[in-house]
Design a protein around this ligand. Sequence first.
Ligand code: AMP
Length: 420
Amino acid sequence: MAKSSFQALPGTRDLQAPDTERMRALVDVFAEEASAAGFGMVIPPMFEDVRVFDRLGEASDVVSKELYAFEDKGGRQIALRPEFTASVCRMFAEQRPITPWKVWYSGPSFRYDKPQAGRYRQFDQVGAESIGTNDPDVDTELIALAARFYERIGLTNVTLLMNSLGDAADRPRYLEALRSHFEANLDALSEQSRTTLAVNPLRVLDSKRPGDAELIEAAPVLADYISDEAATAFERVCSGLDLLGIAYERAPRLVRGLDYYTRTTFEFAAHGLSASQNAVGGGGRYDGLIAALGGPEEPGVGFALGVDRTLLACDAEGVFGAPDATMNVWVVSTSDGLEALSITNELRRSGLRADRSFDGRSMRAQMKAANRSDAEVAVIVGEDEAANQTVTIRPLRTDGDQVTVPRAQLVPAVKELLPS
Ligand code: AMP
């Protein structure tokens, strides 16, 4: 085949059925669970004033290296969203909805990441956020939403990692302790982490570089530095998870890529995937982000799950395959009239899955297409049927006899022949 002049850009993919159908089914499950728990869908724009995302923290890779930022024709500095939380918070700050504001979303995010399996430059996320309440039970409720979602899609090999980052006021003391620890061992630290250390020592803990692992293991633990209030809130979240039977591991060195997180922080790791892409989702509290975007001092908590990675994890566990897309009926017509058009339309209006061939192909070619479609029955209109206002219905997957019925009997007669 001749090579086309253009290819999809690195880190982007052309998705088609059945992958797209599977993705849609996954989002449908999430939508059902979120909606049943009182979360309303939001659709923020895919691009924003770049400063909305700058607030996520200059030390995060997402902002410093991976942002798709550019100037639009109006001279505005804008960026494609690298995630939804900042847009949702901007939306809250601008619209001031009644609190608690519980929302969910789905759609693509964009990061100039190094493309590899499970890491793309355009990838889909689903997520939920709850803004306007400090109640730690809300944190538990959100994690429980993700857990029900995993349960519904049949994913079991996922570990929930939990940590508390404490409050903003707890941070300086801990950062100081971390900085001293890493500075005392600067030679052992990777070059990239040394750069990160200068900007934000917390982010060094996020390094996945093998050389840094030992130093990170020996680093001071945040739990020793957080306030009593933050510690009590964290224990409340953990008790809630215990009560709901949601298993988790405490991960005292878990920090998240973005700087605005406070208190509860969590990540979902799928064991079926390799370490560099095993984070299928994550989230936490971000008390302070809304105020940083010019909104009121309202706390927030939320999470986002990577749709593409979740599906890779499903592949690894052999669960949540593509939904059945086979046709019920294939319409075959060798008459010159418009019968195929009206019959197919009538079948579809009655709720059946129906399709047909085009281009006036021979009976043989059309029957071949019918068989290839996996349809259970064929509805056949030849010259005789057209002249007599009848249709012939032929079972394709069973030994049953074909029947010829008046055209007006089409739908009930087809339904009779379909397996229930
Ligand atoms: P994050 O905001 O980095 O925690 O991202 C939330 C989730 O989105 C992650 O757990 C991943 O599942 C997914 N994700 C993040 N970056 C990418 C990417 N470049 N490609 C595919 N999925 C991603």
